[in-house]
Design a protein around this ligand. Structure first.
Ligand code: ACO
Length: 335
């Protein structure tokens, strides 16, 4: 059993926030942000927009491109670290898409690696369990978890959603050639948004005997990041991961038509491309317009590249995600 990518879509919020806008709320400048990151604008949720509305719009566009009816979807994978419901947002997306067949729908939480994990999970469901049409959505609204007074992080992130429809096909048509997935909990200290520690053990008194009941509901702290460590990790691990995926696929580096990395920092993208000897004209980048949109960045950039005619049918793409967890992974796919 093979699987192939047959449609993509994306959606971004209306509100555009420029580097100059950010310079009004934190001590930064357009020059610092664009030189260090390549980012110029990002989109931020406002008004009636929500993560679900973006995800549904992206998913609908992917289904339209693939000419697949929502009723024929048998699995919705929502890759997000910012669900609107702690119990998972995928079933709400399934409902809003109007999938009357009630396909299985669940969330995958892996921050900026979420979409690559979703893609590989879709392939596993198709190859191992007979699923036919799997809608993989990557969507995040990190603007809701950013400390807007921390200039080291608030300049980086934006909100968005992207989607790809993965479909069962004959093995000769198979479009997922190889993949490589990793995680390292030790690196979590460099990038996290955890439950506030002093709120975790609040059911017990200080001597361990007094029960403070009912317990307080804990809250999450904002994103905390050691940018330099995350930068080093990405530049070291991503080329290794892509090389490993290529090896598993039995393909040489020269077979890559497009390098499509998680859009975190232009300097990371350039460094990985240099290490893999992929020339700049074969590298997809749109983070100048959207910043780091976490799980959405790869399908958002793919959708733009497909719709603009850059990525054409039959092209081979090396896609790689990396980020919090730490998690990272690559997939070599054919569009
Ligand atoms: N504007 C102006 N100055 C700033 C800003 C800012 N926005 N942010 C930091 N600075 C200052 C610092 O205070 C520091 O000043 P100092 O030298 O006086 O102490 C100086 O600039 C250098 O700061 P660094 O943090 O060393 O800057 P660096 O070159 O490392 O760039 C950046 C920071 C852009 C965050 C970079 O490290 C980076 O992109 N790292 C990767 C982050 C990433 O990719 N995360 C992806 C995963 S996200 C996820 O999974 C959810």
């Amino acid at each position: 059993q093979g699987c192939k990518l047959v449609g993509c879509g994306s959606a971004v919020p209306t509100l555009k926030v420029s580097n100059d806008d950010l310079a009004k709320i934190v001590d930064t400048s357009d020059e610092w942000i664009s030189v260090r990151t390549g980012i110029r604008n990002r989109r931020v949720l406002s008004g009636k927009e929500s993560l679900t509305t973006l995800a549904v719009e992206a998913g609908r566009k992917a289904l339209q491109m693939a000419q697949v009816d929502p009723d024929d979807v048998d699995l919705v994978l929502m890759c997000t670290s910012t669900p609107e419901d702690l119990f998972g947002s995928a079933p709400q997306i399934q409902k809003a898409l109007g999938c009357k067949s009630n396909p299985l729908a669940y969330d995958i939480t892996a921050a900026c690696s979420g979409f690559v994990l979703g893609l590989v999970s879709a392939a596993c469901h198709i190859r191992g369990a007979g699923f036919q049409n799997v809608l993989v959505i990557g969507a995040d609204a990190l603007s809701q978890y950013v400390d807007w007074t921390d200039r080291g992080t608030c300049i980086l992130f934006g909100d968005a959603a992207g989607a790809v429809l993965v479909q069962a096909c004959d093995s000769e048509e198979d479009g997922l050639f190889g993949f490589d997935l990793n995680s390292d909990g030790d690196g979590q200290r460099h990038l996290n948004a955890t439950i506030k520690e002093n709120e975790m053990d609040n059911a017990l008194g200080s001597n361990g005997s007094v029960l403070d009941f009912p317990p307080k509901r804990p809250s999450y702290s904002c994103i905390k990041m050691n940018g330099k460590e995350v930068f080093r990790f990405a530049v070291r691990s991503v080329p290794q991961s892509i090389e490993s995926a290529l090896e598993k696929a039995g393909l040489p580096g020269s077979s890559i038509d497009w390098l499509l990395l998680h859009q975190a920092n232009q300097r990371i993208i350039d460094a990985v491309a240099t290490r893999l000897e992929v020339p700049p004209e074969r590298v997809i980048s749109n983070l100048a317009n959207y910043g780091n949109t976490s799980a959405a960045s790869i399908p958002l950039a793919l959708d733009e590249a497909v719709r603009s005619g850059k990525v054409k049918a039959g092209h081979t793409i090396a896609a790689a995600g990396f980020g919090a967890g730490l998690t990272w992974g690559s997939a070599i796919v054919r569009w």
